[in-house]
Design a protein around this ligand. Structure first.
Ligand SMILES: Nc1ncnc2c1ncn2[C@@H]1O[C@H](COP(=O)(O)OP(=O)(O)OP(=O)(O)O)[C@@H](O)[C@H]1O
Length: 445
């Protein structure tokens, strides 16, 4: 199982001192006031915080049948209480009140966590989309890069959020529908070119999910950032092509059953859509990229008892998630050096985490006491991510300046030509032929 290695002193910093003295009160992990929803939509400032959304999944059948308790209480749309304090019901044995009747008794940490948005277990993917990724499309159309990544322990609901099912399509599908809707609305003013790639990082190798073949390598480019060498960009003319390719990629993704999830994704999947927008009346060209990343779930390596390929798989997942945690910590603390190079995943996410991007992290959690540690770790991880700021730049290739340059050049040459003609006519040698090359000697006065 991965853990967020949060130094004790950092933990203390965010705890309310007064609450520490008074254990009965709720302790808060607020990390500042919740930002309003407005902070995401249409933001065009140079600096933006990662927006962190929490999604609590419902109890599954196994958890409902067992003696597990609910350790999450959603207080409002920004706040949840982890391991809420329960009023002790008196329990008597032979007429004597007993203490610690409950062998599953939890710590009653009673911690308040505040996020940009908290969704309870009755939420569907449409609700998540409406309050999170829908607003990204507007940002994308303005020429900013955007990223969404889903995070959480194995079986916490990441793939359900991303891909969903027939009755409840995931946010990838809903976000792409919105992209094509807005594209159609803007078609009168812009020409669009759309492309997509879909890859997975499995056991520290990068694979093209749309054209399976040999492992691909990553390269750094000064202008474009990290580039996947050899990946094939698929041009998209119509939305249904994109959805067919998405399905195709999903079928190629590495999945194996785990104890927590019969269809566990054992790789990190990175789906990217590229937009080029050419304005019809001006010479402005905007380019933007939307990345949607479904991370593999962490697991308790030792507890699984796996060996061989499954063990290596789990170890690689945990290694890359640990590297991601280290990058999140460095960025949250404002360190100059961020260890992106520690894993393929973090190299790929460099732009999404601390670069030129508007980013949303959707952290998925289980409400069951069975996943107590995983849920607690995910919440701490998400709190750290909230502090990360990324600087956003509009990707605008404005041809206007080039055009002005050429107009000036033509004006200057026309003027020079006129002066030369004047000089020639004064010397009685008027050159009236377009193709005649007049030698320097001829025009010397
Ligand atoms: N919000 C939800 N509503 C209904 N069912 C859900 C929800 N979230 C998850 N599930 C169900 O729980 C199970 C595990 O979910 P999912 O596969 O999305 O987990 P995961 O986080 O992607 O796990 P892994 O990391 O192992 O791939 C699935 O059967 C899924 O349908």
């Amino acid at each position: 199982m991965f853990k967020l290695h949060l130094p004790e002193n950092k933990l203390k910093m965010v705890k309310n001192k007064r609450d520490l003295k008074s254990p009965r009160r709720n302790r808060s992990f607020t990390g500042g006031r919740p930002r309003s929803r407005q902070s995401l939509s249409g933001r065009s400032g140079p600096v933006a915080n990662i927006r962190v959304v929490i999604r609590v999944r419902p109890f599954n059948d196994r958890e409902s049948c067992s003696n597990h308790k609910n350790i999450i209480r959603v207080a409002d749309e920004h706040t949840l209480i982890f391991d809420p304090k329960e009023d002790d019901e008196p329990f008597f044995y032979h007429g004597v009140q007993q203490r610690n009747r409950d062998i599953m008794k939890r710590g009653n940490k009673n911690l308040n966590f505040t996020f940009d948005r908290v969704f309870g277990d009755a939420t569907n993917n449409g609700d998540i989309f409406e309050s999170s990724t829908k607003t990204l499309i507007d940002t994308l159309m303005k020429g900013y890069n955007c990223s969404v990544f889903v995070y959480g322990a194995t079986g916490a609901g990441k793939t359900h959020t991303m891909l969903g099912c027939h009755e409840d399509p995931g946010i990838t599908f809903l976000t792409m529908m919105e992209l094509f809707k807005q594209k159609d609305e803007l078609i009168a003013e812009r020409d669009f070119e759309v492309g997509m790639t879909y890859l997975e990082v499995y056991n520290e190798t990068v694979q093209d999910l749309l054209n399976p073949g040999p492992a691909l390598s990553l390269r750094e480019d000064n202008k474009y950032g990290v580039i996947v060498a050899g990946i094939k960009m698929q041009r998209i003319e119509q939305s249904h092509t994109l959805f067919e390719l998405l399905e195709q990629g999903n079928r190629n993704r590495t999945q194996h059953p785990t104890d927590a999830n019969a269809e566990s994704s054992r790789s990190h999947a990175v789906f990217q859509v590229y937009l080029k927008m050419k304005f019809k009346t001006t010479s402005e060209v905007r380019v933007a990229k939307l990345s949607m990343i479904d991370l593999a779930g962490s697991e308790r390596g030792a507890a699984t008892g796996y060996s061989g390929a499954r063990f290596t798989e789990g170890a690689n997942i945990n290694k890359s998630l640990l590297a991601l945690g280290n990058c999140i910590n460095s960025l949250a603390d404002g360190h100059r050096h961020v260890p992106y190079r520690d894993s393929k995943l973090t190299r790929l996410l460099k732009d999404s985490l601390g670069g030129n991007c508007q980013t949303i992290m959707i952290a998925n959690i289980s409400p069951s006491s069975h996943n107590y540690e995983d849920t607690y770790n995910t919440l701490k991880y998400a709190m750290r991510a909230k502090k990360i700021k990324s600087s956003m730049k509009k990707n605008v290739v404005n041809c206007e300046s080039n055009l002005n340059h050429y107009i000036q050049l033509v004006d200057q040459l026309t003027k020079e030509n006129g002066e030369l003609k004047l000089k020639l006519s004064l010397s009685g040698k008027v050159c009236n032929c377009k193709d005649t090359i007049v030698s320097e000697d001829e025009i010397k006065m």
